[in-house]
Write a protein that binds this ligand. Structure first.
Ligand code: GLN
Length: 191
């Protein structure tokens, strides 16, 4: 059976695990580096990207996470997770894991729209997907190898590059398991 880990340093971990299990896979809260060896794919959840990066560094997760993705194992980043996967960010010199060739703007919706819900059309999913945006980032620029998976208001809010998937919203905070289904399909194909 497919085993999907959720990086459990900060953020909405149990909600992701519930979605993974609703899709018939095994969900694992990843708290220690060694656990990366036991999973087929990884979700990096939402939270606060600067805090999460600090926790990643404190627990010596950075290099092992990078190696996990570079081996081709699927990674799905949601919200802060998307920020951590970007090649670069508009508000700081260096990106983090750099898995996806994209430039991401943090907190891109401003104070007026701190959080809201929307129905999105998502590539590979036939009907609208429910999405919750919370101090969400936006993708400002993508490289040629990056596919747009979803847009909101003509802005890119979900992308895929090979084994990497990222979205600026929180699919785990809805009752809609289909974004996770999309990712678990990627993990099955990899396996
Ligand atoms: N604004 C947050 C950040 O910069 C992301 C918000 C979220 O994950 N909901 O990390």
């Amino acid at each position: 059976m497919v085993k999907v880990g959720v990086l459990a340093l900060q953020g909405a971990v149990s909600e992701h695990i519930k979605m993974i299990e609703e899709n018939g896979a095994v969900g694992v809260a990843v708290k220690r580096v060694e656990q990366l060896e036991t999973i087929d794919g990884l979700i990096i959840p939402g939270g606060e990207s600067t805090t999460m990066r600090r926790l990643i560094d404190n627990d010596h997760f950075f290099e092992p996470l990078k190696a996990f993705g570079e081996k081709g194992r699927p990674v799905f980043g949601t919200c802060a997770g998307m920020i951590l996967m970007a090649r670069s960010l508009t508000d700081q010199k260096e990106g983090h894991l750099g898995f996806i060739n994209m430039v991401v703007e943090r907190n891109a919706f401003g104070r007026q729209r701190e959080s809201f819900e929307a129905h999105l059309s998502v590539m590979g999913i036939s009907e609208y997907v429910e999405a919750v945006f919370i101090r969400a980032p936006l993708v400002q620029k993508i490289g040629e190898e990056v596919e747009v998976v979803s847009e909101y208001d003509n802005e890119i809010v979900a992308v895929r590059q090979g084994s990497f998937l990222a979205c600026s919203f929180h699919p785990e905070l809805t009752d809609d398991p289909r974004m996770h289904q999309l990712f678990i399909q990627m993990v099955k194909e990899y396996k």
